[in-house]
Write a protein that binds this ligand. Structure first.
Ligand code: NAD
Length: 416
C-alpha cells in the first residue's frame, strides 16, 4: 500500500479538528485550501557551464491572523503537495502558540549536497528573486528548514535588500546575530522539543533524569535536541542521520558527535565506541522517549506497532501518519504532536522579527524565558482540552489551532 502523503495526513487531521469544532463545510473548505501557491523555475548555471532548471515553490496557506510564516526546504523530494501540507501545519502551529502569523512554506527540489557552495548561492538568490513579489516583512517571512541554514537566509536577505535599495532584516528569520538574528534562535526548535518532552513526562509522573532517548535526524533540530536532553540529565542512547544510526546503551555524548560532524565527518555512523543501527531499528528501540526529527511519514501503520517508546515527541513536521497515530494511540503511547513539540523555532523566529522591526535586541535569557512561557502555556492548553474531551494531544492541538484561525475568518468576514 502506498504511504499516505503529507498532504493527505494534513487534510485528515484538519477534518478531525473540523469535526471537534463543528465547522460547516464552507469554513472547512476555506481552511483546506491554500490562499496562494507559487511554482517557479529556478535556472542554475552549473560550475561546469551547463544549465539545469530546478523547480521551486512557495505556498501561503493562510493570512487571517497576520503575515505568512514558514521555512524553506532544499530536498530532492520536495514537491507542491508536500509544501502545501507543511504550510498548513504552520498556520495551525502559529495559532496554537498564539503568535500573529499565518502559515507558509517553500522549497526547491534539489539535493543541496550535490551543489558547490557557489551553485547553492546562485540557486538561493535566483529562487529568492522569483518569489520576491510575494515575500516581505509584512507579507511572508521565510526561515530555515531541511537542507537550508543561516547562510541561506543571509543570501535571501541580501538579495531582497539589494532589490529594495536598503537593508530589510525582517524579511527572513534564522539569520546570524551579527545581521539582525536573535539570540537563542539557533537552538530554539530543539529547546522547545525538550520543554515539550519534559511537560509530557512530568504530566505522566516520569522523572526526565535518567529517561532514555532516541533521536532520528541529527540536523539542526535533532542534533541540539539530543544535546539539550543529554545536558538536562536524559540518557541519549541512539541518534541517526540519512546514512544510518549509532547506538550506545550507556549513553552517547551528543556534543562530541556534533563536534565530529563540524570537523568534517559526513555522518554520525562510525563514531568511536558506538554500534551501527539502521533508521528503522532506531524507531523501534525500547526507550522512554523517541524524537523523530528528520522527515515526514516515518511512523506509519507498517511500523507503529513496533514502536516501544512510551513518549513520541515530534521534532519533525508530520513524522506520524494518521494510520500510525491510530496504532500508537491504541497502544497507549503519548504523542506530543509536531505543531506543539517543534513550535519553539517559529516562536523565536517571531521574537527575531519583532526585534528586527523595532531594531531593539533582547538578551538570550529574555528569549529563552519568553520561549518557555509560550510553550508551557500552549502545552497546558492542549493537555487541558485533551483531558476535557477525551481526545489525543494531536487532535486537541489541531482543534485549538484550527479554531483560532476559523475565529479570525469569522471576525474579519468575507470580502466582498
Ligand atoms: P536538517 O536538514 O538540519 O536535518 C535533517 C536531518 O535529517 C539530517 O541529519 C539528515 O541527515 C536527516 N535525514 C534526512 N533524510 C533522512 C532519512 N530519510 N532518514 C533519516 N534521516 C534523514 O533539517 P532540520 O531543520 O533539523 O529539520 C528536521 C525536521 O524538523 C523537518 O521535518 C523540519 O520541517 C522540522 N522543523 C524544523 C525546524 C527548524 O527550525 N529548523 C522547525 C520546526 C520543524
Amino acid at each position: 500500500m502506498p504511504r499516505m502523503s503529507a498532504l493527505d495526513s494534513a487534510l485528515h487531521q484538519l477534518a478531525g479538528a473540523a469535526e471537534q469544532l463543528g465547522l460547516d463545510d464552507g469554513m472547512h473548505q476555506l481552511l483546506a485550501t491554500p490562499r496562494r501557491s507559487m511554482e517557479v523555475a529556478v535556472p542554475l548555471r552549473r560550475d561546469d557551464g551547463s544549465l539545469t532548471v530546478l523547480k521551486g515553490y512557495r505556498v501561503q496557506h493562510n493570512f487571517s491572523r497576520g503575515p505568512a510564516k514558514g521555512g524553506i526546504r532544499f530536498h530532492p523530494d520536495t514537491d507542491l503537495d508536500e509544501v502545501r501540507a507543511l504550510a498548513m501545519w504552520m498556520t495551525w502551529k502559529c495559532a496554537l502558540i498564539g503568535i500573529p502569523y499565518g502559515g507558509a512554506k517553500g522549497g526547491v527540489a534539489v539535493d543541496p549536497r550535490s551543489l558547490s557552495r557557489i551553485e547553492l548561492e546562485r540557486v538561493t538568490r535566483r529562487y529568492a528573486s522569483e518569489i520576491m513579489p510575494i515575500i516581505g516583512p509584512e507579507k511572508d517571512i521565510p526561515a530555515p528548514d531541511v537542507g537550508t541554514e543561516e547562510q541561506t537566509m543571509d543570501w535571501i536577505m541580501d538579495t531582497y535588500s539589494a532589490h529594495q535599495g536598503y537593508t530589510v532584516t525582517g524579511v527572513v528569520t534564522g539569520k546570524p546575530v551579527s545581521i539582525g538574528g536573535s539570540q537563542g534562535r539557533g537552538g530554539a526548535t530543539s529547546r522547545g522539543v525538550m520543554y515539550a518532552a519534559f511537560s509530557a513526562l512530568a504530566e505522566a509522573g516520569v522523572d526526565h533524569r535518567g529517561a532514555t532517548v532516541a533521536v532520528q535526524g541529527f540536523g539542526k533540530v535533532g542534533g541540539l535536541a539530543a544535546q539539550y536532553l543529554h545536558d538536562a540529565g536524559c540518557r541519549v542512547v541512539a541518534v541517526s542521520d540519512v546514512q544510518g544510526g549509532v547506538f550506545r546503551g550507556a549513553g552517547l555524548n551528543p556534543a562530541a558527535l556534533i563536534a565530529r560532524l563540524r570537523e568534517g565527518a559526513e555522518s554520525v555512523v562510525g563514531s568511536p565506541g558506538t554500534d551501527t543501527i539502521t533508521n528503522e531499528e532506531l524507531l523501534e528501540l525500547d526507550v522512554d522517549v523517541l524524537v523523530p526529527a528528520a522527515l515526514d511519514g516515518v511512523i506509519s501503520e507498517e511500523n507503529a506497532d513496533r514502536v516501544k517508546a512510551r513518549f513520541v515527541v515530534e521534532g519533525a513536521n508530520g513524522p506520524t501518519t494518521p494510520d500510525g497515530d491510530a496504532v500508537l494511540e491504541g497502544n497507549g503511547t503519548v504523542v506530543v504532536p509536531d505543531i506543539l513539540a517543534n513550535s519553539g523555532g517559529v516562536a523565536v523566529s517571531y521574537f527575531e522579527w519583532v526585534q528586527d522591526l523595532q531594531a531593539w535586541f533582547w538578551s538570550e535569557d529574555e528569549v529563552n524565558d519568553r520561549l518557555k512561557g509560550l510553550m508551557t502555556r500552549a502545552y497546558d492548553d492542549v493537555s487541558a482540552l485533551a483531558a476535557e474531551r477525551g481526545i489525543s494531544l494531536r487532535t486537541a492541538a489541531q482543534t485549538i489551532g484550527v479554531g483560532r484561525v476559523a475565529d479570525a475568518h469569522r471576525t474579519r468576514g468575507l470580502y466582498p
